[in-house]
Write a protein that binds this ligand. Structure first.
Ligand code: AHR
Length: 631
């Protein structure tokens, strides 16, 4: 037996090295960083899709405050006829509170008294979320045919119990359009979305309403602000930029339906509102200034996408004189964002409450112009480029497709794929020409799972992100898309969205948590790392922060087996013993989170002891890991 054992050892020793299976290993050359990590690598891409703003992050609780209608009636508004009260409603197009809002909801009350009130209710965005002891602030524009109409009663009512949750009265109706403010405070209630807003009177006559609005407390307490839970989730991703306003939403289906930024600034009553390309009307409450406030609140830089003369139904503007007004709009928009108080549009920004200019590095010219069959983009890009560079030479101008005749500063690449494609393509930018334009991966996602991605998607995403990190000298920015989805019935137009929510609550998908991990644990320099014998579905990227002496080792194990790696940290003399392993894992690629099970897949943090620069570490099957080490 002993003889046989020794013969086996001799046999193994005589085999060529390549035939002996080596243990899986990860060799990291800590002291030789190869590139700087882009300081703006991870950010957010956003647009009005899936009720992302209206019915989403924009905290307005009233649905259809701008009173649109069709043959079926006034959307989301219903008559209230208490007791023997009688009334009817219609949209009056003969005039509204401003030259931009030229209509109003007309309520003709044939019969009503103090006990038998008449009026309207708004059902909200799949209800209205109410919480205990909270003040909701609202406003509306109104007029009446007679002051005898008396006060308006404004109430929040529970759909199912019929109980009045909060109530107030508003006095002072006149025959002229006037804006009124009101506040409603709840008492001891259970948080619920099953509520509506009711506006009634106790007198016959005619009443007009427009721009009826109601807000809960918002993130950073901003008037006309954002939903707190969603902003907190975004903050946890540590995003460095916000690409807005789209996406297709920038372009619109038709030129007249583009995101016309000048119609989205100033008081709500001067915003005409517009139809978006995703099948619903936008309130434009999320206008240019609100996007910038959002950036400020999360300490992100705007990545400003300007309309570039192409809309989705193959409408385009020819380069040359026809395009000039659009180029001027873009220049004005940049001036609004960055201009001093001595500029026309900088002054308008100050009037809108923000005297300080915003930092702006990147401007994107259009969106996905490779779909423009007229092939006019090269000319359009060049015209925008020359005009913007002449006035703002420091701005980096992003092209939405490669340009033949000139070298754009940055090109925006988009990817929507299955997980295996990202596994295979995670080396995509390893060989990209470093003398060419920089890359902005402006939209990307693994699309598996609906409404939000499952864990298989998160694995594809994480594998892809290892490639983005390793190449973040050339990939200057990247953003998952779409970001948000309202999971109520009819809320989604595009499957596989990062964060889901209903009226009351929200949750992060497994892909969201992968973003949180990659955004939270990112060094300032790329460190070379070599995986050997780890199999085809293990991926890695390593960054370090030399100032903090921290090393972030990301290991994505997309295989169904554990990955036990011999890790060698070359070029470091001493290691701190205490390390942290943060793991996001799923039992199967189909494991997922949902509005009812928001925390099925969440990261788990463990302290581990590292014995020295050479150690062994196991990574669970189907897992995304960050190993945080101090050296
Ligand atoms: O992210 C959804 C859509 O995908 C974007 O609006 C568009 O740019 C892309 O085609």
């Amino acid at each position: 037996m002993r003889k046989l054992y020794f013969s086996l050892i001799l046999l193994l020793a005589s085999l060529p090295l390549s035939l002996v299976a080596q243990a899986p290993s990860l060799a990291i050359q800590v002291d030789h960083p190869t590139a700087k990590v882009s300081p703006m690598l991870y950010g957010l891409m956003t647009e009005e899709i899936n009720y992302s703003y209206d019915g989403g992050i924009y905290a307005e609780m009233v649905r259809n405050r701008m009173m649109t209608d069709d043959w079926s009636g006034v959307h989301y508004w219903y008559l209230v006829e208490q007791g023997n009260a009688e009334c009817k409603m219609s949209i009056d197009h003969s005039g509204g509170p401003s030259k931009e809002l030229t209509r109003g909801l007309k309520i003709e009350i044939a019969k009503a008294d103090a006990r038998n009130q008449a009026g309207v209710l708004n059902e909200g965005w799949w209800g209205m979320a109410l919480r205990p002891s909270t003040t909701y602030k609202g406003s509306f524009w109104a007029k009446a045919d007679s002051a005898a109409m008396g006060p308006l009663t404004v109430t929040l009512v529970s759909n199912n119990s019929g109980k009045v949750v909060a109530s107030t009265t508003v006095n002072g109706l006149t025959a002229e359009w006037k804006q009124f403010n009101y506040a409603l405070t709840t008492g001891v209630i259970e948080p619920s979305a099953d509520n509506h807003l009711k506006i009634t009177v106790g007198h016959a006559g005619t009443l007009w309403l427009e721009l009826v609005s109601l807000f809960p407390p918002t993130y950073h307490d901003r008037p006309n602000g954002n939903r707190m839970d969603l902003m907190e989730k975004l903050a946890a991703m540590h995003p460095k930029f916000l690409r807005f306003p789209g996406g297709n939403y920038l372009e619109g289906n038709h030129i007249a339906e583009r995101f016309n930024w000048k119609q989205t600034v100033g008081p709500m009553v001067s915003r005409p509102t517009h139809i978006g390309p995703w099948g619903y009307h936008s309130s434009d409450g999320m206008g240019l200034q609100e996007f910038l406030n959002w950036c400020e609140d999360l300490q992100m830089e705007p990545v400003l996408a300007v309309y570039a003369g192409y809309s989705l139904s193959q409408e385009h503007v020819n380069p040359g004189p026809d395009l000039e007004p659009y180029v001027q709009d873009a220049l004005d928009e940049i001036e609004y964002v960055t201009g001093g108080l001595d500029t026309k549009w900088g002054k308008v920004r100050a009037e809108n409450g923000h005297p300080e200019p915003f930092k702006l590095t990147y401007v994107e010219i259009g969106n996905e112009d490779n779909f423009d069959k007229s092939k006019s983009y090269e000319g359009r890009y060049e015209q925008f480029y020359k005009a913007i560079k002449a006035k703002y030479p420091a701005l980096q101008l992003i092209a939405t497709m490669p340009i033949k005749n000139m070298r754009p500063d940055v090109v925006d690449d988009h990817y929507y794929v299955r997980r295996q494609q990202f596994f295979a393509d995670q080396t995509h930018y390893d060989k990209t020409d470093r003398t060419g334009p920089k890359i902005f991966v402006g939209e990307w996602a693994t699309r598996e799972g609906a409404p939000t991605p499952n864990f298989g998607s998160a694995l594809g995403d994480a594998a892809w992100m290892t490639g983005l990190e390793r190449n973040s000298d050339i990939v200057v920015m990247a953003a998952y898309a779409p970001l948000l989805v309202n999971v109520n019935p009819g809320g989604m137009q595009w499957e596989t969205d990062l964060i889901g929510y209903d009226t009351l609550t929200s949750y992060g998908s497994p892909s969201y948590w992968a973003q949180v991990l990659f955004g939270s644990y990112l060094g300032t320099e790329v460190v070379p790392a070599t995986l050997t014998n780890a199999g085809p579905r293990v991926f890695t990227s390593v960054t370090r922060d030399e100032k903090q002496r921290k090393l972030f080792v990301k290991v994505v194990n997309a295989s169904s087996d554990e990955a036990a790696l011999n890790i060698a940290l070359n070029g470091v003399a001493t290691m701190k013993r205490d390390a942290t392993l943060i793991t996001l894992s799923g039992k199967t690629p189909n494991a997922t989170n949902s509005i009812t099970h928001p925390d099925a897949v969440v990261p788990v943090e463990h302290k581990i002891a590292v014995t020295g620069p050479n150690f062994k570490q196991s990574f669970a099957p189907y897992s995304i890991n960050v190993l945080k080490l101090s050296y």
